[in-house]
Design a protein. Structure first.
Length: 234
């Protein structure tokens, strides 16, 4: 179920935080409101560099130190929160008070899709209380391929999720440049068929490629995206 996000009342939000900024005595009230307005009008998931570029397009030269201090204030006052992605990339998102949503992020194009499912929320709370844990907040992020990047393919999943004994075909390699180079040097390239001898658990995954066995730790096994079907049936 995808999150049903109603259009924000930007004017109301700005009025609310104008009063808060005026009370904190930090100064620069109008500049902070200007930056907040830019953020609210230009999407939900922005990087610091993206926000700096929006300010530049708006005729505003905003230095890094000032931008960082404003974003920190927005987070402290509950206006925004940070989303930390694989690889260390940081996005900033408006923090809704009346709704919660999780994220699906495409590892190929970077598209972010918000979604919510009451069944997931209920199971999370049920499991937390079953372990004597009092849940206060949570964030869930799913990484995969969006419909556009995965369209027309067989069902794609990380190698780490394939059952032992299956024969699969490599669809793509994720991760940063160094990880991709390391996997390619092992002979793991898109289009290559491999047999899963052992899935990762207490030890590494073991796959057979071109007549050789290769061991992959859990992290590397999640970067190899495969089509979970038998190539000989194509």
């Amino acid at each position: 179920m995808f999150a049903d996000r109603s259009k924000r009342d930007t004017g109301k939000i700005l009025d609310e935080f104008k009063a808060i900024f005026a009370e904190d005595g930090g100064g620069d009230v109008e500049e902070r409101l200007r930056l907040l307005s830019l953020f609210l009008e230009n999407g939900s998931h922005l990087t610091m560099d993206g926000l700096k570029e929006l300010a530049r397009e708006d005729g505003w030269s905003l230095d890094q130190q000032t931008l960082d201090s404003y974003l920190t204030a927005f987070i402290n006052y509950g206006i925004l929160h940070r989303i930390r992605l694989d690889g260390g990339k940081v996005l900033y998102e408006y923090r809704d008070l009346d709704t919660h949503h999780d994220h699906m992020i495409c590892v190929k194009c970077g598209r972010i899709q918000e979604f919510t499912d009451p069944r997931i929320e209920m199971l999370q709370e049920k499991n937390a209380y079953a372990h004597g844990f009092i849940p206060l907040r949570h964030s869930m992020t799913l990484y995969g391929l969006c419909p556009e990047c995965g369209g027309g393919r067989s069902r794609v999943m990380p190698l780490a999720l394939v059952a032992e004994g299956e024969t699969v075909r490599i669809s793509d390699i994720g991760g940063g440049r160094k990880i991709r180079q390391r996997l390619v040097s092992m002979g793991l390239v898109p289009g290559k068929d491999l047999e899963v001898i052992r899935t990762p658990g207490p030890g590494p995954a073991v796959v057979a490629v071109d007549g050789s066995r290769i061991a992959l730790g859990h992290i590397l096994a999640r970067k190899v995206l495969v089509s979970a079907h038998h190539p000989e049936n194509e």
